[in-house]
Design a protein around this ligand. Structure first.
Ligand SMILES: Cc1cc2nc3c(=O)[nH]c(=O)nc-3n(C[C@H](O)[C@H](O)[C@H](O)COP(=O)(O)O)c2cc1C
Length: 171
């Protein structure tokens, strides 16, 4: 069952969960895949409600996003992600592992897009990519550039997704 919500009513909760690394970014092209994110934000652009994520070049998720143009954001409503889900989705790559199986995720039928939600992380935002932009490294302050992009190769790409459906999954 899906309980429809207004994503902005959960803005504070989502910001806190991001800081705690308790948010999952899921895609489905060849297969379902999910990764932990700590960077992202809820917002508005072109008068549309959006969720923006930042994905490094080395992530399997990047190629999936570029193929499907959509993603699902999933997070706990109360408490924290199961430790095994956090460990698998935050360290293993979809290139090597089937994370649906390895993290024992229970997938839930999406409402509008093709990428499922996750029962174990029930607050769900279905997003369609509106805009994609590679980071321009020269425009990042030097101290941050050195700290996060020493190799200048594994930079982030920002994806702005329009939130097309938001709900809490109830078992
Ligand atoms: C707390 C935490 C936050 C993370 N945040 C991000 C992020 O915002 N962007 C990113 O590209 N990777 C982030 N990662 C790393 C990915 O979750 C990790 O590399 C994952 O294995 C990538 O999966 P994939 O190769 O299947 O896409 C984070 C990891 C952790 C543990």
């Amino acid at each position: 069952m899906k309980e429809s919500i207004q994503a902005f009513d959960y803005a504070g909760h989502i910001a806190k969960q991001l800081q705690d690394g308790q948010v999952l970014l899921s895609t489905r092209a060849e297969k379902f895949n999910s990764m932990v994110i700590g960077w992202g934000h809820l917002g508005v652009i072109w008068n549309l409600p959006t969720f923006t994520v930042y994905v490094r070049q080395s992530r399997y998720t990047l190629s999936q996003l570029d193929r499907t143009g959509e993603f699902t954001i999933s997070l706990p409503v109360e408490g924290r992600l199961d430790k095994e889900i956090f460990r698998v989705c935050g360290s293993k790559s979809g290139l090597d592992v089937d994370k649906e199986k390895a993290a024992r995720l229970t997938l839930a039928e999406p409402e509008i897009i093709r990428t499922p939600g996750i029962l174990e992380a029930p607050l769900t935002l279905e997003c369609r990519v509106l805009y994609r932009q590679d980071q321009a490294l020269p425009q990042i302050p030097e101290s941050l550039r050195e700290r996060f992009y020493g190799d200048a190769v594994d930079f982030h790409t920002a994806y702005i997704g329009q939130i097309v459906s938001s709900y809490i999954l109830r078992a």
